[in-house]
Design a protein around this ligand. Structure first.
Ligand code: SF4
Ligand code: SF4
Length: 151
């Protein structure tokens, strides 16, 4: 009988509406004003990759050891290098990172012995195409170009 009366008098509906109206005060609104206010992401958040360069010389920190590519379970990193006959070291030529397949596990970052590869807190990595998610060395060092978003 009580159940019938509750349904007949729409008590459940009214209770629901009351909960909604109770939270109409602006102080209770949780809407984030993105993009004018950027949300704070967790300290351990792993987002857009970056290939670090030396702050003074602007030379890449990457020593082309290929460890990040080997550590990646998705095989999405391709490191291209040439052996320098003078220094006998490998010089980085190309670096490709396919973000569309990345699961941001951080294994590549952990494998890098010189902290050249870093997953930053930048989460704005959307692209209209899959090709726009394939970042080359320039995009990794300087950030993605606007054309990458428009492709
Ligand atoms: S974060 Fe994980 S999936 Fe993405 S490139 Fe690094 S190792 Fe590969
Ligand atoms: S592990 Fe680090 S140093 Fe080695 S190729 Fe990758 S980014 Fe470069």
């Amino acid at each position: 009988m009580i159940k019938f009366l509750r349904s007949f008098l729409l008590l459940d509906l009214l209770e629901g509406l009351w909960v909604t109206f109770r939270h109409q005060s602006p102080s209770q609104i949780e809407t984030e004003q993105y993009p004018s206010e950027r949300p704070a992401v967790s300290e351990r958040y792993r987002g857009a990759p970056r290939l670090n360069v030396h702050p003074e010389t602007q030379e890449t920190l990457c020593i082309s050891c290929n460890l990040c590519a080997v550590a990646c379970p998705e095989n999405l990193i391709v490191v291209g290098s040439v052996r320098n006959p003078e220094t006998k070291r490998k010089d980085l030529v190309t670096f490709t990172y396919d973000l569309s397949r990345c699961m941001f596990c951080g294994l590549c970052e952990d494998a890098c012995p010189v902290d050249a590869l870093e997953l930053t807190q930048d989460f704005e990595i959307a692209s209209y195409t899959r090709e726009g998610l394939i970042w080359d060395r320039q995009a990794l060092e300087e950030g993605p170009r606007p054309t990458q978003y428009r492709q």
